[in-house]
Ligand binder design. Structure first.
Ligand SMILES: [Fe+2]
Ligand SMILES: [Fe+2]
Length: 288
C-alpha cells in the first residue's frame, strides 16, 4: 500500500516510540530546570541521532505530498476515538515495561493533568487524543514518518530545528527554489498553506477537524512543531491567526511533555468519564 516501500523502514530503530519524546524533555527542560540544560548534541543516544538523520534525509516536499495523498482521503478505516486509543495501544513497547507508560496511559495522563488545572472540556479532550495519529505506525509507516519534531518543507530549513546538519542529505537541499527564506510559499501566507514534514500531528488534525474548536485543532496540528512554538522560528510564514494559535500550542505543550513520569492513571476507572467527554464532541465513528 505504501508508495515508499523502497524507503528504509528501520521500524525497530527506537526501542520505543516515545524515546524521541524523552529526548525532547532533555532538549526542552522545564524553565525551572533550565540551568541543567544538556548538551544534547554530544550526549544524545545514538538511536535518537539515527532517527533524526533518517527523518531529515527522507522528509522531502515530494514525500510529504505523497503521504498527504495517501492518508488525507481518510479511507483506511472507520473507528471510534476509543477504538483508535485501543488500536494505538497495540503498539508494543520493547523497553522496560516498569518505567514506560502505554500509549493510552500517556494520553490519559496528559488529559488528567489538563483536567487537574480546571481547563475547558475541549482542552481535556485534546490531551486525551493528541497522539492518536501515531496509528500511522500500525499502517506500516516508519517512525521517522510518524514522530519527531516537524518542520516546513519546500523552504529553507531553520537552524532552530533539531540536528539541522542532517538536512544536507535531504535531496531538497539541492533545489534552489526550496532554499530561499519562503521557498514555494509567500511571506506571511499562513501555516495552513505550509506543508510541514509528515507525521502524526497533521494526520490527526484532518481526522478531527470538523469536531473541535480551532484552539484544539492548533494544539493537535502543531504540537511537534518545536522550532516554532519553543524556538520562535518561521514567523515569516505566519499570519496573525497563526500567532494566536501558537500561543495555544504553547499552553498545551507542558502537559504533553511534563505530565510523564508520575503514577500511571487508572484507565478502567477513568474510562466512563472520558467516554462521556468523547461523546460530547465526536460522532460514534470517525473516518481514519
Ligand atoms: Fe505527539
Ligand atoms: Fe504526546
Amino acid at each position: 500500500m505504501s508508495e515508499h516501500r523502497s524507503e528504509p523502514s528501520h521500524s525497530n530503530l527506537l526501542p520505543d516510540l516515545d524515546e524521541w519524546e524523552s529526548f525532547l524533555q532533555e532538549r526542552y527542560p522545564q524553565p525551572r530546570e533550565a540551568s541543567s540544560f544538556r548538551d544534547y548534541g554530544t550526549n544524545v543516544r545514538p538511536a535518537v541521532r539515527e532517527f533524526y538523520r533518517l527523518n531529515h534525509r527522507y522528509q522531502t516536499l515530494d514525500f510529504v505530498r505523497a503521504k498527504r495523498r495517501q492518508y488525507l482521503a481518510l479511507d483506511h478505516r472507520e473507528m471510534s476515538i476509543w477504538e483508535a486509543m485501543e488500536f494505538l495501544n497495540t503498539l508494543v513497547d520493547d523497553s522496560d515495561p516498569d518505567t514506560e507508560l502505554s500509549q493510552i496511559e500517556h494520553l490519559m495522563q496528559t488529559a488528567e493533568a489538563i483536567r487537574g488545572d480546571v481547563h475547558p472540556r475541549w482542552f481535556i479532550l485534546t490531551g486525551l487524543i493528541h497522539d492518536l495519529g501515531k496509528i500511522l505506525c500500525l499502517f506500516g509507516e516508519p517512525q521517522w514518518a510518524v514522530v519527531g519534531d516537524t518542520f516546513p518543507v519546500g523552504c529553507r530549513y531553520s537552524e532552530k530545528v533539531v540536528f539541522p546538519e542532517f538536512f544536507r542529505d535531504n535531496p531538497d537541499w539541492q533545489v534552489a527554489e526550496y532554499q530561499t527564506d519562503c521557498g514555494i510559499y509567500e511571506p506571511a501566507c499562513g501555516l495552513d498553506r505550509v506543508h510541514l514534514s509528515w507525521g502524526h500531528d497533521e494526520y490527526l488534525y484532518h481526522v478531527v477537524r470538523d469536531h473541535l474548536p480551532e484552539e484544539a485543532l492548533a494544539m493537535i496540528r502543531y504540537h511537534s512543531f518545536y522550532a516554532a512554538h519553543r524556538e520562535g522560528a518561521y514567523t515569516h510564514l505566519m499570519n496573525d491567526d497563526d500567532r494566536r494559535r501558537i500561543e495555544w500550542v504553547r499552553a498545551f505543550n507542558p502537559y504533553d511533555l511534563y505530565s510523564k513520569g508520575h503514577e500511571p492513571p487508572d484507565v478502567a476507572a477513568l474510562r466512563p468519564y472520558y467516554e462521556d467527554l468523547i461523546a460530547e464532541f465526536f460522532p460514534t465513528k470517525l473516518a481514519w
